[in-house]
Write a new protein. Structure first.
Length: 552
């Protein structure tokens, strides 16, 4: 059957999508009622009388026209318009360049995505900001500090970083409750913003820790004055629920470039200065000096010991299951390194991995973990536990090394492990340079291994980036799971991540599940799997085997 011009006109007018034809400068030639409604008009006649459509960013129109010089059409180009009432209309615009009566014009359709865009922006804000205070989190702090350092270097001026820790704040929570403590933290965040000024960054670094980046505090005197202002501002009493509540602060100060030329060094040294201020009696400030790091000798000792730990076979793995939320069946087992130190006993990674980074040992240690996990997996398979999958964490250094794919291939080949039985966990922060990491992830996926983003929500990943990332799973960080039954913001974030991941057909694992209430919350929201003490702590392989056999 051949459609007549009248048939096409009927399709044009009845389409639920906004259909239009306009000149290159934005003047409307024709549209349907659906298009008019998108812009807040009652009918096509009404918007045609208005005559023009307006882009929120006028350069968007130029971008479209520039692209059309090479393409005959654009599909799903995301643009923002101004509606009749000047509110924003986000839409996917599909346009075609054609000629009418010898003159060029654009014809296309609009599909509104305002709600999706606003939801994504809200989630972006949640990812980069502390949910309680609204301050930048560590990820955004690092970004802003890097920018400030680059500007300071160009201007040949120093800047200061203040690391602020509230003294004995845990007593506020235990005495008055977490609700009052949270409101006090919000008030302190507001006060710090007032003290810092417009050109500075104030971030929440930890539960009761804050960091200030002060480009205008360029010497010891001005930084000390800022520290005094911070301490006085923080210590001023709050009146909450009829109680007068106050807390003091200890402040550490570090300068660029003398105390560090990069964000990590400056934050570390400002933190060391803060701990020195606490040692001096708290409620004071301390400038960083290279001799003050109380753990420097201990760190050097750890580094020396670590260099021999691999040769002495002092490392071992513990394993923690990931289980299906609905059935309780084990789906994967995460390998977690431990150090059997000859003097200190069993040491967890948080106590020695920083020293391993100092000693450039993260890659060889990571490769040992990969090989040992594959060896244990084969042992389990030989015992009849053939459907088990083991997960191995990759440090940033290990993930970004040139030989990673070859190293994974070597381990799979050496132990004759099928790739689908190996899962690699990569943190969000490891994937900041997407131009480099996306091809690397594709190469790993081509091997057939499973890929997981670990600690999701604590790094930089946006939902837009996640769509392009070739992974199979996301693990929701335990810091969010901990508060899902007591904090609305944590519950909202976890619910949103689960919904987003399910929409992308990704497996979702919630970390740090410790209570039945948390499990019920996750089950109600159709989370795939969970991991935590509620089911099992990490155990040596031999201790875990009875549990594995019960499920097979």
């Amino acid at each position: 059957m051949t459609l007549t011009p009248l048939d096409y006109r009927a399709l044009f007018e009845r389409s639920q999508a906004g259909a239009f034809r306009r000149t290159l400068d934005g003047r409307l030639l024709d549209c349907n009622d659906a298009f008019a409604r998108l812009f807040g008009y009652g009918s096509r006649e009404e918007i045609l009388a208005a005559g023009m459509i307006r882009y929120f960013n006028p350069s968007d129109s130029e971008t479209i026209l520039a692209a059309l010089r090479d393409l005959k059409s654009l599909t799903n180009l995301e643009v923002c318009f101004l509606k009749r009432d000047n509110s924003l209309l986000w839409a996917f615009e599909n346009v075609t360049l054609l000629e009418v009566d010898g003159k060029p014009c654009l014809e296309g359709i609009l599909l509104e995505i305002t709600e999706q865009r606003e939801a994504a922006e809200r989630m972006e804000h949640q990812i980069y900001h502390d949910p309680l205070t609204g301050l930048p989190n560590r990820t955004l702090l690092t970004d802003r500090l890097n920018v400030a350092l680059a500007q300071a270097k160009r201007n040949e001026k120093p800047l200061s970083v203040l690391f602020v820790d509230l003294d004995h704040f845990e007593l506020i929570n235990s005495t008055f409750g977490y609700g009052l403590g949270d409101r006090m933290l919000k008030g302190i965040a507001d006060r710090l913003n007032e003290v810092a000024g417009a050109d500075s960054t104030v971030a929440r670094f930890g539960s009761d820790e804050f960091t200030l980046v002060l480009p205008s505090a360029v010497d010891a005197e001005s930084a000390a004055m800022s520290a005094e202002l911070v301490m006085n501002s923080v210590s001023a009493p709050f009146v909450l629920d009829g109680h007068e509540v106050s807390v003091n602060a200890s402040v550490g100060i570090a300068f660029s470039p003398e105390d560090g030329e990069d964000s990590e060094s400056l934050l570390k040294n400002a933190g060391a200065a803060m701990y020195r201020a606490k040692e001096k009696g708290r409620n004071t400030y301390q400038l960083y000096s290279k001799t003050m790091n109380a753990r420097a000798f201990e760190r050097r000792s750890l580094v020396t010991s670590l260099r021999n730990a691999l040769e002495r076979n002092e490392f071992l793995l513990h394993y923690q299951p990931e289980v299906n939320v609905l059935t309780g069946k084990i789906s994967c087992i995460e390998a977690l390194i431990r150090w059997n130190h000859p003097e200190l006993g069993l040491v967890e990674p948080k106590e020695f991995m920083a020293a391993a980074e100092d000693a450039n040992l993260t890659i060889p240690i990571g490769e040992w973990v990969l090989r040992e996990a594959c060896r244990q997996l084969v042992a389990w398979h030989q015992q009849g536990l053939k459907d088990l999958r083991v997960a191995v964490n990759l440090s940033t250094a290990q993930f970004l090394q040139k030989e990673l794919v070859r190293s994974v291939q070597k381990s799979l080949f050496e132990f004759n492990v099928s790739p689908e039985h190996l899962e690699l966990e990569i943190t969000e922060n490891s994937m900041q340079d997407t131009n480099r990491t996306i091809p690397l992830l594709h190469s790993l996926r081509d091997l057939g291994v499973h890929l997981t983003i670990d600690d999701f929500g604590t790094g930089r990943s946006s939902f837009t980036e996640l769509k392009k990332t070739p992974v199979d799973s996301v693990k929701i960080d335990r810091s969010f799971v901990k508060g899902i039954t007591s904090r609305n913001d944590d519950a909202a974030i976890v619910s949103a991540v689960i919904g987003m991941a399910r929409g992308l057909n990704l497996r979702v694992v919630a970390e740090g599940v410790e209570t039945m209430d948390q499990l019920a919350f996750l089950r109600d929201r159709r989370c795939s799997e969970m991991q935590g003490y509620f089911f099992s702590r990490p155990h040596p392989a031999a201790s875990l085997e009875p549990t594995l056999r019960l499920q097979h």
